[in-house]
Design a protein around this ligand. Sequence first.
Ligand code: HEC
Length: 156
Amino acid sequence: MRTASSLAPLMFMVAAGCAATDHAGHASHEPPAADGRVAVAFPEPLRTHTLANMRDHLLALQEIQRALAGGAYDRAAEVAETRLGMTSLRAHGAHDVAKFMPEGMQAIGTAMHRSASRFAVAAADAGVSGDTRKALGALADVTAQCVACHAAYRMK
Ligand code: HEC
């Protein structure tokens, strides 16, 4: 009989969309199930560059949360503005990438940069007031844009 722990990896594969398994629990080599997201084609090297940039977005969120936890509000604000905010646009080559994005995707990208800059202001304010609630809410507005774009679009 399977124990709960031996089932865990299988449950993970099911959750990840690899529902097809043989009796031994090995994933079969079927293509992943189609999902409803719009596939966007970026030419290389923009595709590789954009995915690396995405991984830096995630790192930036982690650094922001670490800074907030340590009361380093100015640091949180700086990471947000320079890596995710309006200031990051040039460094990201956003102009090159934008022309390959559907309009809706561009809009979410712009909303993310704006909300990150708003978070930076809220984090700096928290440094003065000691009240982090607005900053945390503003950070949730940033991650909401990550979620919205990932739910709607994928890379070819
Ligand atoms: C405007 C759209 C958009 C926004 C906003 C966005 N992403 Fe992405 N991201 C994408 C797309 C498209 C992919 C590719 C997903 C796929 O093909 O399945 C991606 C992939 C990623 C990946 C995987 C990178 C890899 O190496 O495969 C990470 C991590 C990621 N994003 C983090 C973030 C974080 C964190 C944020 C918010 C701070 C964010 N993204 C905001 C569009 C976006």
